[in-house]
Ligand binder design. Structure first.
Ligand SMILES: Cc1cc2nc3c(=O)[nH]c(=O)nc-3n(C[C@H](O)[C@H](O)[C@H](O)COP(=O)(O)OP(=O)(O)OC[C@H]3O[C@@H](n4cnc5c(N)ncnc54)[C@H](O)[C@@H]3O)c2cc1C
Length: 410
């Protein structure tokens, strides 16, 4: 049975895993990354890159590649009889976003990891771990019929929403806190070069009821748009929906406006863990990052930037801590605790029937309010920001945290 040794093993080669592997390799560690899929691989996603994701991609060295991608200026928010153009806002971040099909984006970031010296084994699925207390002494994996053992000092787990290793390591996803369900597809559009990403905040179900979610159209600049729908749910109020039917209905409503032609391509749905509603995310020598740690914005479902950031933070922690059990949740709480606490509380309220139809029209009437909403929904408040919106958002987060029965990442 083949056996491999390294300083760091990263499980999962999405944005989170590739980012962690790159930064760990750049700090001089020997790194192996395994992924159960063979790259390039697809993944259900809206493909939207917020300025915060752009910031991380630039830091990884993907600036030249980003120049070949379309740039978007912000969000066209529509619904309840209004349409607003809301430029990306946030004093310490780039003023543009982008969109890139995940089959291409994730392959690019993985290549950055390879270029940094990471050994990539794709087509290899982690199946189990050997433990000594809460120290992972080996990760067991499978490539077709071959069993492989990986031994490393540290393990970074970035195996996504379902996290197979999470099940072995007592990680728990708390679905009494708001989570997302969403579906995406691709379709040809004459407006593929539109400079704004679009969200329709008045998403209606089969009974014409307003759903606690939104429809999106993200131009890809390649003759196609990414089109999708997503809604919020909790254990108490599950989303009882046929997502694909909803996506088809949404597509037909938008067909003329977006000059869409042909059928939906590659429809795919998935759940989204949100707001750090995951506990058991670290042990002595391992850390969960990205979706596996519930790092998705509860107000808009974006998680690529959190994946990239938590990958970088985890790699930094390898150098500064010898035991991650408490240090890693504390680090995530310090970075995201307040924002996740207030955002997931608001997301939970949005699942209450009739709240969105009542508040939506009021919110959409105010451009200033929606500008603020885009900034907080787009995760565009950084720790360095000292302006009024940033201070109020952090203050609201602090108050919300005080009332949390279970804080993010605990
Ligand atoms: C429909 C939908 C739309 C979305 N739209 C957006 C958007 O527009 N913008 C945005 O920022 N975010 C969006 N998100 C969220 C975003 O896709 C995730 O937050 C992001 O992919 C998280 O990255 P990750 O690296 O943690 O996980 P992933 O990207 O899921 O990567 C996990 C990797 O682990 C591998 N893996 C899994 N199990 C194993 C195993 N046992 N062994 C080895 N490898 C394994 C998988 O093959 C995969 O490559 C959307 C999500 C959905 C479902």
């Amino acid at each position: 049975m083949p056996e491999f040794n390294s300083d760091v093993l990263v499980v999962g080669g999405g944005p989170a895993g590739s980012s962690a592997a790159t930064w760990a390799a750049r700090s001089g560690l020997s790194v192996i990354l395994i992924d159960k899929e063979v790259f390039p691989r697809d993944k259900p996603c809206g493909d939207g890159l917020t300025p915060r994701a752009i910031h991380e991609l630039l830091a990884l060295g993907l600036g030249e590649w980003l120049e070949t991608r379309p740039k978007n200026l912000g969000l066209r928010a529509a619904g309840f009889g209004q349409e607003l153009l809301l430029p990306w806002d946030g004093p310490s971040l780039p003023r543009y976003g982008s969109a890139a099909p995940r089959i291409e984006l994730d392959n690019r970031i993985l290549q950055v990891a390879r270029d940094a010296g990471v050994t990539v084994h794709d087509g290899v699925a982690a199946t189990d771990v050997s433990l000594d207390g809460d120290v992972i002494t080996a990760v067991h994996a499978q490539r077709e019929d071959e069993s492989i053992t990986y031994r490393s000092k540290h393990v970074i787990i970035a195996d996504g929403v379902r996290s197979q290793l999470g099940r072995k390591l007592k990680r728990e996803w708390h679905r009494d806190t708001a989570y997302g369900v969403a579906a995406r597809a691709y379709i040809t559009s004459e407006r593929s070069d539109d400079e704004w990403i679009s969200s329709h905040l008045e998403l209606r179900g089969s009974q014409n009821e307003v759903l606690s979610g939104y429809g999106w159209i993200f131009p890809l600049g390649n003759g196609e748009v990414n089109i999708g729908v997503g809604t919020l749910a909790t254990q108490k109020r599950p989303a009882d929906l046929n997502l694909r039917a909803l996506m088809s209905q949404y597509t037909e409503i938008r067909r003329e406006e977006w000059k869409l032609s042909g059928d939906l391509r590659l429809p795919w749905s998935a759940m989204l863990p949100m707001g750090g509603a995951v506990s058991g995310i670290a042990g002595s020598n391992f850390m969960f990052i990205g979706d596996a740690a519930g790092c998705v914005n509860p107000l808009n479902g974006e998680g690529i930037d959190y994946g990239l950031e938590t990958g970088r933070l985890a790699a930094q922690m390898l150098a500064s801590e010898t035991d991650f059990t408490h240090a890693w949740p504390a680090e995530l709480q310090a970075h995201y605790g307040y924002a996740f606490s207030i955002a997931r509380r608001l997301a939970g309220y949005l699942t209450v029937p009739r709240l969105l139809p009542t508040l939506g029209p009021i919110g959409m009437r105010s451009r200033s309010l929606m500008k603020v909403a885009l900034r907080v929904m787009g995760n565009l408040v950084t720790e360095e920001d000292k302006d009024l919106v940033a201070r109020v958002w952090r203050g609201a987060g602090k108050v919300s945290t005080a009332f949390d029965q279970r804080k993010p990442f605990s």
